[in-house]
Design a protein around this ligand. Sequence first.
Ligand code: ADE
Length: 238
Amino acid sequence: MRFDILTLFPEIFSGYLNQSLLKKAQDRGLVEVHLHNFRHWSWDRDRRVDDRPYGGGPGMVLRPEPVVECAEDVQAMHPQPGHLVLLTPQGQRLNQALVEQLAQHPRLILICGRYEGFDERVRLILRPQEISIGDYVLNGGEVAAMVIIDAVIRLVPGVLGDEDSSVQDSFSGPERWLEGPQYTRPREYRGYRVPDVLLSGDHEAIRRWRQEQSRIRTAQRRPELLQPPLDKDSQSGT
Ligand code: ADE
């Protein structure tokens, strides 16, 4: 899987890209990450990428040419067409189902903004999928891009070892419940004992216990996840 990241601050990614799981995935050729500083696509002699908003108002807006032209050139750098993603608090909110959709693309091009946002023509011309990682405003899209990469590579075949498989993760089973409690050694710690069923060796009993614990935890913490999704007709009020 290939990621191309368009950013004004490529150095933000260096520590992250060298962390163990992602590093291993890159060393094994399962994941490639390419950074592109769209300042290099600025038309200005002084490489400015932002300007004051027309109509007035606070802050600066990213001009369209560096972002659009960088995205077009990066798209042409590899024969596999990339799926364009714009990180913005105005986008579709990220969840595990969306992560699974993103992981279907062999190549993602992630566009990170800064300042007060993008000139609207970036959206109109590139028609990217717009994604938000939550209802809060970050200083830029870089952290959001790392969140997406982090979640997506867990689903790339071979990135996690077999024993670390993502199928038991929270939100990942058919029911999309939270994961239940986990235990390791010692068997007893400060008076708290590992539940007997986990020591029983009875795989079916363990599977049932885990499923029940997952349901209880979801009911306690995120009861809305247990509700069946509303169908579209009732959502639109028709
Ligand atoms: N850029 C700024 N805030 C963001 C958010 N919440 N999600 C994605 N990109 C962002």
